[in-house]
Design a protein around this ligand. Structure first.
Ligand SMILES: Nc1ncnc2c1ncn2[C@@H]1O[C@H](COP(=O)(O)OP(=O)(O)OP(=O)(O)O)[C@@H](O)[C@H]1O
Length: 255
C-alpha cells in the first residue's frame, strides 16, 4: 500500500436531519495537491471542518498513519494538519512579519519555555524563512491595509504554513481574486507542493483547481462521485451532470 499523509475514511457528518457527509473517503499522498470540488452545498467546507475537528464527525482521520479523529483542533494542528480560512483576519497595526510571529507563538503552548532557551517557531528568522517559502519576502514590513486581496491570501497561507504542516488544507484561497492573482497564487501553491508540502484545496474556481492540483475529488450531496486526475475528471459525465443547472464557476469566472 502506498504511503498517505492524510487518509480520511468513512467520514460522516449530520446537522440534525441533514446528512452533510455520507461516508467520504479521501487521501492525500506525499507531494500531492488534491482538489475537492462540487456544487454548492455538496459538503466541501463541512469535510474540511470535520477532518480539522471543527464539526463533530464519525469515521477515521489519519495523519502519517496516526489516528487523530478523537483529537481537538489544536492537537490536530500539532499532529500536522493545518488549515486556512475563507476570510484572512490580520492585525492591521502589525506588520506582516509581526502578524506571523504572533500566530506562530500562539500555536505552541511550549513557546514560553522555548522563549527561555532560544530559537522557536516565532523567531524572526523562521518567520522570514516562511515568507520566503511562500514567495512574499518583500511584504515582511508591509501593514495589512496596504495589501491586495491576493497578497492577504498569501499571508493567510504563510500563517498556516508557519506550523510546517504535514498537510495544508486551503478553504477557497482564490475566492475574491482576479485572474492574474489566481494565476500567481496557483504558481506559489504549486511551488510549495513541489517543495514537499501536500495540500487539500477547495475552490469554486474549477480552472484554478484543475490547473493547480494533481488529483481531484468531486462531492455531490455529501458523497464522492468521482476521483482522479484533472484531465479525467474534466470529462467525467457524472461530474458534468452534477454541475448541470448551475454555473460551474471557473473557466474565466471568479466567484
Ligand atoms: N451549521 C450547519 N447547520 C446545518 N446545516 C449545515 C450547516 N453547515 C452546513 N450545512 C449543510 O450541510 C450541507 C453541506 O454544506 P457545505 O457548506 O459543507 O457545502 P459546500 O460544498 O462547502 O457548499 P458551498 O460551495 O456553497 O460553500 C448543506 O446542505 C448545508 O446546508
Amino acid at each position: 500500500m502506498s504511503a498517505t499523509v492524510l487518509a480520511a475514511r468513512g467520514v460522516e457528518v449530520r446537522f440534525g436531519g441533514v446528512r452533510a457527509l455520507r461516508g467520504v473517503d479521501l487521501e492525500v499522498r506525499p507531494g500531492q495537491i488534491v482538489g475537492l470540488i462540487g456544487p454548492n452545498g455538496a459538503g466541501k467546507t463541512t469535510f474540511v471542518d470535520a477532518i480539522t475537528g471543527f464539526v463533530p464527525s464519525t469515521g477515521s482521520v489519519q495523519i502519517g498513519g496516526r489516528e487523530i479523529s478523537h483529537q481537538r483542533p489544536h492537537a490536530r494542528v500539532r499532529a500536522g494538519l493545518s488549515r486556512t480560512w475563507q476570510g484572512v483576519e490580520l492585525f492591521d497595526d502589525l506588520t506582516v512579519e509581526e502578524n506571523l510571529t504572533v500566530a506562530s507563538r500562539r500555536l505552541s503552548l511550549r513557546s514560553t519555555v522555548r522563549d527561555l532557551v532560544g530559537r522557536h517557531s516565532g523567531d524572526v528568522s523562521s518567520v522570514r524563512d516562511t515568507l520566503e517559502d511562500v514567495g512574499i519576502s518583500e511584504l515582511a514590513e508591509a501593514f495589512p491595509p496596504e495589501l491586495s486581496e491576493g497578497q492577504r491570501k498569501l499571508v493567510g497561507i504563510a500563517r498556516s504554513f508557519a506550523a510546517r504542516p504535514k498537510v495544508l488544507c486551503l478553504d477557497e484561497p482564490a475566492a475574491g481574486l482576479d485572474t492574474a492573482e489566481s494565476a500567481h497564487l496557483g504558481k506559489q501553491l504549486r511551488r510549495l507542493g513541489d517543495q514537499g508540502t501536500p495540500m487539500l484545496l477547495i475552490d469554486h474556481d474549477i480552472s484554478f483547481v484543475f490547473g493547480t492540483c494533481d488529483h481531484v475529488v468531486v462531492l455531490e450531496f455529501g458523497q464522492v462521485i468521482a476521483s482522479g486526475e484533472p484531465s479525467v475528471i474534466r470529462s467525467d459525465p457524472r461530474v458534468i451532470a452534477a454541475y448541470l443547472g448551475q454555473e460551474p464557476a471557473g473557466e474565466g469566472d471568479q466567484s
